[in-house]
Design a protein. Structure first.
Lengths: 195, 708
């Protein structure tokens, strides 16, 4: 009898764990596809030989251009370079009408956080991969997941959902910024990021 | 035999589920995401995302002409900063200038025409259709039986000449200006010496500044210019003597603070004049220039320091020391420039201070008060226009008030005393529902700062003429009406001629005049370099340079000392009586731009409130002795009463305040969302008595503990 009670109680715990760890993320995050697929590997590999900074430009005055505009794509893709569906979408829907591609940005920080790429890349000597992992050599873009409550990308909180990092680059929340700064002996006040 | 599920089993399962939930991310993630969600409420303006770019413009919050570099995302400015090496602002922007781009989103912003229905406390503000409004306004102008006045508080701009032309075509129409308080000494000197030549302060080469309440180090003039001069004081040897009744920020930073009794600044200046003459410190060449020296010498004897020290509160020895320093540290400048909240000095005090400059030989010499030229294509605005003070009381029936806001307090009483008591019509062109607009019948909102082109002729204090154009950073709102278009519409309704030129065409005319003059230097914002105007190939090229961010600065001109002048001998001791010693005196004060609601970002006023960097509106500071006498303590709520009204205030006890004075902060305000209620509540300015001479520096008051 006592054993049976424990089983029922334990079933309740297991039920919650399944709901919490399996179904809750499915409900919390909305999946959105990118407007077209992009192959970083082709562009950065031997075939095209482009470096990260060729497209994700940091100006001489320190401005980071983020995701390149369609004008940058048009430098090479003013007309179709191949027969793939993505190439057709790029040229017909964006390059020719000169419309910006509404990319879903995995690492977009909230408006109240100021992040300077030039400070981290030039002064901090961080490599792109230390924050963005193998994204620069990926063959296709992942499904973009957005938090239904906060509106932020899942990548900001942590893709693994447990909040526990497997790799240093996982998670881009304030705690992660603080941890990284502490590791490097940086002591910054609130105003360094929240200007 | 299968066991039936009992109520107890369900409860155990639920209990296990609840416990299990805490081992999942559900509660923690929901808590976290809800916290993040609260940062994204609808009141928070969303930022655009897009390419980052830099744009250049010029701040138009005041006539200082500070250059602005705007960092923009998707074309929208999100951060403003100064432009390094700019000849006027020296790379510096004041705090309200740094947040100037917020003002497009100010909670008091109006983007469609409005009308107040009714003139009592139950008046109702409603949005109205513009076409109908311009017809109504025109009808009021046609039916007017008094006079039609257009009040311009920032004369000298292109729009000012358009106003002038417009009002000349209206029967009983008058274009009226309100002299910028920063120029008071200069304008008074122009009047005394009967010259129309514009004057400026040559601070860069002066050795001593005797400032009568001028907030030189607290946002006055072009703040970057003065900051640079005083930052380099070890090299340039400049000294500052601040004559002021309160320990302002300028007084704190000055070399010497002379804590004169309020209202006796003019008497102290006369005391200095007495010492200069009686101790034979005035140079002979100056004495020879004074037409009525013998009469003045006899007249000034009554202002010996021993006779005035009781009233001024300044010991005779201190006054003598200051007079001696003034003579030893030439060239010097004596300037007045009233507190932005406390209002201007009366004309008599202004004249005494201006005459002190004549006695010291400061006028027409390098390092003193220098003559300068007008900007090509412009005419010195102060020379010919009617001043607001000259308008007879209760004579104005229709009043149009331009949108320019000098950042100085402007009590409604000043306007009200000129209006016909009944059936008057006030039209405000302000883009904000600010203190003045809240009293208007019609509000025709113009475009706000950084939404439209504007010419800037910083005339207030600079030693040479300069010119800049402010280009838009934010898109213009759909239903706002540019002042030039308002004038064109009304002219059309009234059937009077109006220029068909666009504002840009008029701006280009001015730029063309500068090009043709071949004078001065052009400073370009993007590279921080200056070149001669003669190096520019054409007027079109010069215009293009301005569109990319530039300032034109004139060359200095040779200075000539004044040939002959007369000094006033009609001042009397009686004029400096400010009241009985036993009564409390209310003296308002403020910081430029924060004394009106429409010049300061609501975000910044929150910072003020939380940091106490500046005392908030409704805070009064009193001496501990005064507090003890009135049984008041720090942070008490007290009841401030004058003959004009009463209000609750928060007490701040400060040793630096003179016993018997109530120093009241006019701003900054809270700038909450409920604009109408806030604007209709009583403010310190409402309690101040505006004198016939247009001043409100001193008002008798009572203060008592409020039991709430």
């Amino acid at each position: 009898m006592k054993y049976q009670s424990r089983v029922i109680f334990g079933s309740g715990i297991i039920f919650s764990l399944i709901i919490g760890w399996f179904f809750f993320p499915m409900v919390l995050f909305k999946s959105e596809s990118q407007p077209l697929q992009y192959n970083h590997k082709i562009h950065t590999g031997e075939q095209a030989g482009i470096s990260c900074e060729d497209c994700h430009v940091i100006d001489t005055d320190g401005r980071f251009h983020g995701i390149p505009t369609v004008a940058k794509c048009a430098e090479c893709h003013s007309s179709q370079l191949g027969t793939s569906e993505n190439e057709k979408i790029l040229v017909e829907q964006y390059v020719l009408p000169n419309l910006e591609i509404p990319w879903r940005i995995y690492s977009l920080q909230p408006d109240n956080a100021y992040f300077s790429h030039v400070t981290h890349v030039r002064l901090g000597q961080l490599k792109c991969e230390e924050c963005h992992g193998t994204h620069g050599s990926s063959e296709q873009l992942r499904i973009f997941q957005v938090n239904r409550i906060s509106g932020y990308s899942r990548d900001i909180w942590n893709a693994s959902f447990s909040g526990m990092q497997n790799k240093s680059r996982e998670g881009m929340k304030m705690d992660d910024c603080i941890q990284c700064h502490e590791q490097r002996g940086r002591k910054d006040g609130c105003i360094a990021c929240h200007k | 035999m299968p066991k039936t599920i009992t109520r107890r089993d369900v409860l155990k399962f639920v209990g296990g589920s609840v416990l299990g939930t805490f081992l999942t991310p559900i509660p923690w993630k929901l808590l976290d995401d809800t916290a993040i969600w609260t940062q994204n409420w609808s009141l928070t303006p969303p930022l655009s995302h897009g390419p980052i770019s830099n744009k250049f413009s010029v701040c138009t919050l005041c006539p200082a002409g500070c250059a602005v570099k705007a960092r923009c995302v998707a074309g929208m400015p999100y951060m403003l900063s100064g432009v390094a090496h700019h000849p006027l602002s020296q790379g510096i922007l004041c705090p309200r200038g740094l947040a100037g781009h917020h003002l497009s989103f100010h909670p008091y912003r109006l983007t469609v025409p409005h009308k107040f229905f009714g003139k009592d406390e139950n008046s109702r503000l409603s949005a109205i259709v513009y076409d109908k409004t311009s017809k109504e306004i025109s009808k009021h102008i046609i039916e007017n039986k008094g006079s039609v006045v257009l009040l311009d508080r920032q004369p000298g701009r292109i729009i000012s000449s358009i106003y002038d032309q417009f009002i000349k075509n209206i029967p009983n129409g008058r274009y009226v200006t309100f002299n910028p308080p920063e120029e008071s000494t200069l304008l008074t000197l122009q009047k005394i010496t009967d010259t129309s030549t514009p004057l400026g302060y040559d601070f860069e080469y002066t050795k001593m500044i005797l400032s009568f309440g001028t907030p030189l180090l607290d946002g006055w003039g072009t703040p970057g210019r003065l900051m640079k001069i005083f930052r380099e004081k070890k090299e340039n040897g400049i000294k500052l003597i601040q004559v002021e009744h309160r320990q302002s920020r300028t007084a704190l930073q000055a070399d010497t603070w002379i804590p004169v009794q309020p209202g006796r600044e003019g008497l102290f200046a006369l005391t200095l004049a007495n010492i200069l003459i009686s101790e034979k410190l005035v140079p002979q060449n100056i004495i020879r220039s004074i037409n009525n020296f013998q009469a003045y010498k006899i007249f000034i004897e009554q202002f010996a320091p021993e006779l005035t020290c009781e009233k001024t509160g300044i010991a005779a020895g201190v006054a003598r020391k200051i007079a001696l320093e003034l003579i030893q540290s030439t060239p010097s400048i004596a300037c007045s420039g009233s507190d932005p909240g406390g209002g201007p000095f009366d004309e008599q005090t202004e004249q005494i201070i201006a005459e002190l400059n004549l006695l010291l030989g400061n006028v027409g010499r390098t390092g003193g008060i220098v003559a300068k030229r007008d900007v090509p294509g412009y005419k010195n605005p102060s020379a010919s226009h009617t001043n607001w003070k000259e308008i007879p009381d209760h004579s104005v029936q229709v009043l149009i008030i331009d949108s320019a806001d000098s950042g100085y307090a402007f009590p409604w009483d000043i306007i009200e005393q000129k209006l016909i008591p009944t059936n008057n019509v006030v039209i405000s062109l302000s883009p904000f529902l600010n203190e003045i607009a809240a009293h208007a019948d019609y509000i025709i909102p113009s475009a706000v700062y950084y939404e439209t082109q504007q010419d800037i002729i910083p005339s207030s204090s600079s030693s040479v003429a300069s010119f800049s154009v402010s280009f838009p950073l934010n898109p213009k709102r759909k239903n706002t009406i540019d002042n030039i278009d308002f004038i064109k519409n009304i002219s059309k309704e009234l059937g009077i001629p109006a220029s068909t030129a666009t504002f840009e065409e008029l701006l280009k005319e001015k730029v063309s005049a500068i090009y043709s003059s071949r004078r001065g230097l052009i400073f370009t914002f993007s590279d921080g370099q200056s070149k001669r105007t003669t190096e520019i190939q054409s007027a079109d090229d010069l215009w293009k340079t301005f569109t990319e961010g530039a300032t034109w600065v004139d060359d200095p001109i040779p200075q000539h000392t004044l040939v002959k002048f007369s000094l006033n001998t009609n001042y009397s001791h009686k004029a400096f009586d400010v009241g009985q010693a036993e009564s409390l005196i209310l003296v308002p004060y403020g910081w430029r731009g924060t004394v009106t609601t429409s010049q300061i970002s609501p975000i910044m006023s929150k910072v003020f409130q939380e940091s106490e960097l500046r005392s908030f509106a409704g805070t009064v500071s009193i001496n501990p002795m005064t507090a003890s006498k009135l049984n008041l303590q720090e942070s008490d709520t007290a009841f401030l009463k004058t003959e004009k009204g009463e209000m609750n205030v928060r007490i701040k006890i400060d040793n630096a305040v003179r016993p018997g004075l109530i120093e009241a902060a006019v701003g900054p305000n809270l700038n909450g969302v409920d604009a109408k209620d806030e604007l209709q509540s009583t403010t310190v300015l409402d309690l101040c008595k505006v004198q016939n001479n247009g001043t409100w520096k001193i008002t008798k008051a009572t203060l008592s503990k409020a039991y709430v």
